[in-house]
Design a protein around this ligand. Structure first.
Ligand code: 1CP
Length: 333
């Protein structure tokens, strides 16, 4: 089955594979581009972004390509300045309500991503899927309030509790932006839209149901209306799977800690994407194949897109990736 057929709920002998963060620093040809261009320069230059998008599919024969960008880049359309070092940094984090209420959608979000999608689609073989994406509002809010990555996101969680109304204002603005952004991507050649809720796991189920689910639903409905297949990914989210089931989508991405059998029970009718531990790629070949087989066997009853449980690590050996792709493609159910 192709990547897109699998998202449409079909299940065949051959399991498609791509890897989260498949464009990136573990790849020599990516590092080579990065010696001459900053990350943001690459993202904002459609020819470079399209090239970075295509590099991993050329080298490994992945079944899908994901557009080279970041969850934070479209936020500039709200007047927010972002730097990368290498993770996102917001020099003026949103800590108080007036800062949040000032946000408004000033421009079309990241038009250069639309151009990069068109360029990538034109160069990709037809059977390879092209994925657009956006960050979930609650995950984007975490970075915006905190000012960057963090272990506990204390400023963010404090604001959510101290002024929940302000948090809802922020989540609404981020949702409006994301709805426009996924529509634009679907209209520019993205056949699937993936929603990254990388910090969903910070919250208990009731909090996630209130602050996460309704906004994610609006974005996924917009992506569906625009004709794209939809993947919802949440990290560290085994305890919010019931809430995730309320988000309209064709596939759910699960991390390596989430039991695939449990995910199957809670998410009937959805394809599953995942969930090999990215650290396994540092093991010997026999171990990689044994662990990959475990994932494949656990998902053999559902439409399955093989992936890692989270992004590939920058030090991952290239041969481990090519070996994994060969193994997954040779596996028959
Ligand atoms: O395959 C690809 O590389 C696709 C492009 C892609 C995607 C889908 C990048 C490029 N970033 C993302 C999504 C993204 N960005 C997420 C969601 C997925 C996930 O959980 O990993 C998140 C949380 C971010 C934020 C981000 N951007 C981080 C993590 C920071 C932290 O401390 O939490 C980092 C390191 C970045 C920078 C970044 N984004 C992408 C790349 C290749 C890089 C590294 C930049 C470089 O080359 O220096």
């Amino acid at each position: 089955m192709s990547f897109l057929q699998t998202l449409q709920g079909r299940r065949g002998d051959r399991v498609p594979i791509w890897l989260m963060r498949q464009a990136g620093r573990y790849l020599p040809e990516y590092r080579e581009l990065r010696t001459r261009h900053s990350f943001l320069e690459m993202v904002r230059t459609p020819e470079l972004a399209a090239e970075a998008t295509l590099q991993p599919t050329r080298r490994f024969g992945f079944d899908a390509a994901i557009i080279f960008s970041d969850i934070m880049t479209p936020l500039e359309a709200l007047g927010i300045e972002i730097e990368f070092a290498p993770g996102p940094i917001i020099r003026r984090p949103l800590r108080v309500r007036p800062d949040i209420e000032r946000l408004e959608l000033r421009d079309d979000p990241a038009p250069y991503v639309g151009e990069a999608l068109r360029l990538a689609r034109a160069q990709l073989p037809e059977e390879i899927g092209l994925i657009g994406f956006c960050g979930a509002p609650l995950t984007l809010a975490a970075y915006l309030v905190e000012g960057g990555g963090s272990k506990d996101f204390e400023h963010f969680r404090r604001l959510l509790r101290a002024d929940p109304d302000a948090m809802h204002v922020l989540l609404n603005r981020l949702t409006e932006l994301s709805v426009a952004y996924v529509r634009m991507q679907a209209g520019s050649g993205a056949q699937a839209i993936m929603l990254f809720d990388s910090w969903a796991g910070l919250h208990d189920a009731a909090t996630y149901a209130e602050f996460g689910v309704p906004y994610n639903r609006r974005i996924m409905e917009a992506a569906g209306d625009a004709g794209a297949a939809r993947i919802a990914f949440a990290l560290g989210a085994s305890h919010v799977l019931d809430a995730l089931a309320e988000i309209p989508c064709d596939a759910v991405g699960v991390d390596w800690r989430t039991d695939l059998a449990q995910a199957r029970r809670i998410l009937p009718g959805r394809a599953l994407q995942g969930n090999l531990d990215p650290a396994v790629l540092f093991a010997d070949r026999a171990t990689i194949e044994r662990e990959a087989r475990r994932v494949l066997d656990a998902a053999s009853e559902v439409p399955h897109v093989f992936n890692l449980g989270h992004g590939i690590w920058p030090q991952t050996p290239i041969e481990a990736v090519s070996g994994l792709v060969r193994f997954v493609h040779s596996y028959t159910r």
